[in-house]
Write a protein that binds this ligand. Structure first.
Ligand code: SF4
Length: 236
């Protein structure tokens, strides 16, 4: 089942009736649970849950420390290009806005990388607008190869890709992904994205799942290779 199917399940959901039957006792029980269902999470958004914000914050804090420890993840964004063929109504970079467009050369990427790395930052997030002509995947890959020399972690926040393209970027060194969906209501989404490939709600919504499938298969292959290597060192 894809996330789109989950979304559709809630399309005509009667939130008012659902929220009315959530009690404070039910919220307390949910906060104490180890595993929460989607309906549990929804209950935590009910008016009855408002009185338990502190308990929820403490639980969330405990889980954060349990999973990540006391760490702060510092990164900086680096815009590779601001060319864009989309017309998102809320964005200054949209295609019909007249502004100076720029795409970094590989030498400029390297210069930026050196300056950023000299501050001690090890993680970088690279961004582009959506223009497969100006910022094709091959260009992004070349930039990643330059950035690999300076950073231990490279994340991307670019247009949605096909699985094979994600696989190429993971192979090049990408280990993190960010993508904003902006809105999950299909009708409002269509109003906000009147033209360009980003208008395709489903392709964007499904991008994290394509990434995850790619990610899983890449790591599965790596783990298999490692296991075989352990069993048969000659295969390494
Ligand atoms: S795709 Fe991104 S950069 Fe392009 S117009 Fe939309 S929000 Fe702006």
């Amino acid at each position: 089942m894809s996330f789109y199917d989950v979304l559709n399940r809630f399309k005509d959901f009667d939130y008012d009736s659902f929220f009315k039957q959530v009690t404070g006792a039910a919220v307390q029980k949910i906060i104490a649970k180890n595993r929460l269902s989607d309906m549990d999470y929804l209950s935590l958004l009910s008016p009855a849950a408002e009185n338990y914000l502190e308990e929820m914050a403490q639980r969330a804090h405990r889980l954060t420390v349990q999973h990540f420890g006391k760490v702060i993840f510092l990164y900086t964004p680096l815009y590779l290009a601001n060319y864009c063929v989309n017309q998102c109504v809320y964005c200054g970079f949209r295609a019909d806005n007249q502004l100076e467009r720029k795409k970094l050369t590989l030498a400029e990427v390297e210069r930026e990388a050196k300056i950023i790395a000299s501050t001690g930052l090890k993680h970088i997030l690279i961004l582009t607008g959506e223009s497969r002509r100006q910022s094709p995947v091959s260009y992004i890959r070349e930039c990643i190869e330059v950035l690999n020399k300076y950073f231990t972690s490279i994340s991307i926040e670019i247009y949605p890709l096909e699985e094979v393209e994600y696989a190429g970027l993971i192979a090049a060194g990408v280990d993190g992904f960010a993508m904003y969906q902006e809105v999950y209501d299909e009708e409002i989404y269509a109003e906000l994205h009147p033209a360009g490939p980003k208008r395709d709600f489903r392709f964007r919504l499904d991008a994290p799942e394509r990434r995850f499938r790619t990610w899983r298969s890449v790591f599965h292959r790596r783990e298999c290779a490692r296991s075989w290597g352990d069993l048969c060192p000659g295969l390494r």
